[in-house]
Design a binder for this molecule. Structure first.
Ligand SMILES: [Zn+2]
Length: 330
């Protein structure tokens, strides 16, 4: 081994380009450093001798390398110097899971632990599944709030929420059922800090025997504890949604202004994070379920708002913008 190093050291004088000399010097000094680290295993007097030898070897490497570099410089050899092994490389850009998908997986994991399946469905829907079956008949004023994008008027549209998948689930699955429905939804809205024409909706549905409002409240509280921590301030208030009766909204204290009011919460101090309630008998009937025997709860939320709450991104447009360098920790 000693001889090996000595031979490699002697070869320094024969190398033909500065780059090779520097590379060899770097490798040899690394070997010497390694050898120094093993000195501790030797007896004291052996250590002194070996240490002296290593110091001499190190000095020899430096001397020969410097000598050779000077000589090559004098002859003007640059040859393969374009390749400089000591230079740091350009860091590779590694992709990362989009914040929305990362949060989606976390939310799915939570509801999965409570026995909810993930259900999927088409993004192009019929009026029946998007509105009428959800207790929003043709003349219902709440339809106007949906700013629907039609594929073919009046019956084929881009779903304005993921609720149609809940109707499909009730039709296709056996009771009791528990599903969550994440997915894209579309509305013809002006884009601002909290709204976008394409967004992620996340809904959930449980239908079975004797399901009550208390189950819904417990589930939502457990979810908010999981997602934002038990200390996060929240409020439940009565709210109207045609699909449910009774309906409720859940607000979180705005984390961007701590309730003082800002552009994200539209100066309310609170951000509505979940809309929920007990599934309306008309909806159960529309899906072919006997509402006199079964009951259920449903909830829905804009996933993007959860992402914003979890990451501190204050503008929904950041999530769909072109800034590839924008890869926050989630
Ligand atoms: Zn605020």
């Amino acid at each position: 081994m000693e001889d090996g190093i000595a031979a490699l050291t002697r070869e320094l004088s024969a190398l033909t380009t500065p780059a090779r000399v520097r590379e060899r010097r770097r490798a040899l000094l690394a070997l010497v450093r390694q050898r120094f680290q093993t000195l501790g295993q030797l007896a004291p007097e052996e250590r002194r001798t070996a240490g002296g030898e290593l110091n001499a070897l190190k000095a020899e490497v430096e001397r020969l390398a410097t000598e050779r570099l000077r000589a090559l410089e004098a002859t003007g050899v640059q040859a393969d110097d374009a390749f400089e092994p000591d230079l740091p490389t350009t860091p590779a850009r590694v992709g990362r899971v989009h914040p929305t998908i990362a949060v989606l997986r976390r939310v799915n994991a939570f509801f999965g632990s409570l026995g909810f399946d993930v259900a999927d469905g088409p993004e192009i829907e019929t009026d029946w599944y998007n509105f009428s079956a959800l207790n929003l008949p043709a003349d219902h004023p709440a339809r106007e709030m949906h700013d629907t994008i039609y594929v073919m008027e009046p019956d084929v549209l881009l779903r304005t929420h993921t609720s149609p998948v809940e109707i499909h689930a009730m039709e296709e699955r056996t009771l009791p059922l528990r599903v969550v429905v994440p997915g894209k939804a579309y509305r013809n809205e002006d884009t601002n800090a909290t709204n976008n024409s394409m967004f992620y909706h996340y809904e959930g549905l449980a239908v079975g025997d004797d399901i009550q409002l208390g189950h819904l409240r417990w589930t939502l509280n457990a979810f908010l504890d999981y997602m934002f921590g038990p200390q996060t301030q929240r409020r439940f208030r009565a709210k109207y949604y045609p699909q449910v009766e009774p309906g409720l909204g859940v607000d979180l204290l705005c984390r961007f202004c701590s309730g003082a009011g800002c552009s994200v919460c539209k100066v309310k101090g609170w951000i509505e994070i979940v809309g929920a309630g007990m599934v309306h008998p008309n909806v159960l009937s529309a899906a072919g379920i006997d509402w006199t025997r079964y009951s259920g709860f449903a909830f829905g939320m804009g996933l993007d708002r959860l992402v914003m709450g979890a990451t501190g991104i204050a503008d929904i447009r950041e999530l769909y913008g072109p800034r590839m360098s924008y890869v926050p920790e989630v």
